[in-house]
Design a protein around this ligand. Structure first.
Ligand code: ZN
Length: 348
């Protein structure tokens, strides 16, 4: 099932998940009255950059803040949390880009004092998606922002911003959220069952939004394919079986990354089945994996893990996916010193 409900947003900084250093930096800057007026929130997708920008706007305008956090209950907090505060403005690409008209309207708006809050906060989501002319039109405002205005540029790709934009902003770098925190969040806050939560967290690459929108149906299907591949690898199935599988997988562009992640997780589980079964992630097929792994020496599993890591590295260079998969199989079977059935002798 794909979950369609929007995920619950944190109501203040205390309930913000992950990136404690980023939160800390902002809170300390506010305490010292040194919060930069132009900032870049940079980092991977789905880790809360935009959310934290809104929470910061909330704290800046809260009518009854504690030392380090917004109250989450005053009229101002309510307005920010429900997205209707007139001084907290977010804009993002309309179509492929943020348009120059959007930036001009924003510049005109920030020339005035805030409507009702203490501060005006403008959040530019997808800030790297600006043409040069548009970005240039923002430079002067970034250089000398009005005193009660904060501008936050949110981006997954800060180096796609003009150097002149970057040099006018303070950059705050975000990282992925640890898997155990995501897993805990999914169980406690989203009510997802623990087994699914563990898998979703492992596959999320540290992105909370990816974990929350985890698609269990697609996962089952792709994991089935990954398990068949791992079996063939360990049972040293013939090249004639691997080749069509590699060809079919290589065509599934959308699922290929998930498939590869799952192959890596299955192999890791096969390793854990030997050394520490409690750490296995695929709890529902643990017995099957233990049976498969139990018949193999641990060195074989380690070589398979290494071969998959090598495959992942080679795919960074856009190597043909089918060839890369076949090479993985051949190199792995090769390490076992066997002759493949396509007539090639693979060097040890
Ligand atoms: Zn408040």
């Amino acid at each position: 099932m794909v979950r369609n409900e929007p995920m619950q947003r944190p109501s203040n900084l205390r309930s913000f998940l992950g990136n404690p250093r980023a939160v800390d930096t902002l809170v300390r800057a506010i305490e010292r009255n040194r919060l930069p007026h132009a900032m870049i929130f940079a980092g991977p997708a789905g880790v809360g950059k935009r959310t934290l920008a809104h929470l910061l706007a909330q704290l800046l305008n809260c009518l009854a803040p504690s030392e380090t956090d917004a109250c989450a209950t005053c009229m101002s907090c309510h307005k920010v949390l429900s997205g209707v505060h007139p001084d907290v403005r977010e804009l993002g690409p309309e179509g492929a880009f943020i348009k120059i008209e959007q930036i001009r309207a924003l510049i005109a708006e920030v020339a005035f004092q805030p409507f009702e809050g203490e501060y005006r906060v403008a959040i530019l989501d997808g800030a790297d998606q600006m043409r040069q002319e548009t970005a240039n039109s923002l430079l002067k405002t970034l250089e000398e922002p009005p005193s009660r205005t904060f501008l936050i540029l949110v981006t997954t790709n800060p180096y796609a911003l003009l150097a002149t934009i970057r040099s006018r902003c303070r950059m705050l770098q975000f990282g992925g959220i640890p898997h155990d925190q995501i897993e805990h969040y999914l169980v406690e806050r989203e009510g997802i069952n623990p087994r699914e939560a563990r898998i979703a967290a492992l596959l999320s690459n540290g992105s909370l939004s990816a974990a929350v929108s985890f698609d269990a149906g697609r996962f089952q299907e792709v994991r089935g394919q990954a398990l068949r591949f791992v079996r063939l690898l360990f049972e040293r199935g013939g090249f004639f079986q691997i080749s069509p599988m590699a060809s079919a997988l290589a065509k599934e562009k959308e699922n290929f990354q998930l498939w590869l992640d799952l192959v890596a997780i299955l192999l890791q589980d096969a390793y854990f089945a030997h050394v520490s079964p409690a750490r296995m992630a695929q709890i529902d097929i643990a017995q099957e994996l233990q049976a498969l792994a139990g018949s193999l020496p641990i060195s074989t599993i380690v070589s398979a893990i290494e071969a998959v890591q090598k495959l992942r590295r080679s795919l960074v260079y856009n190597l043909n996916r089918q060839i890369a998969l076949e090479a993985l199989y051949l190199s792995f079977v090769g390490t076992r010193g066997r002759i493949s059935d396509c007539g090639l002798r693979i060097a040890d």
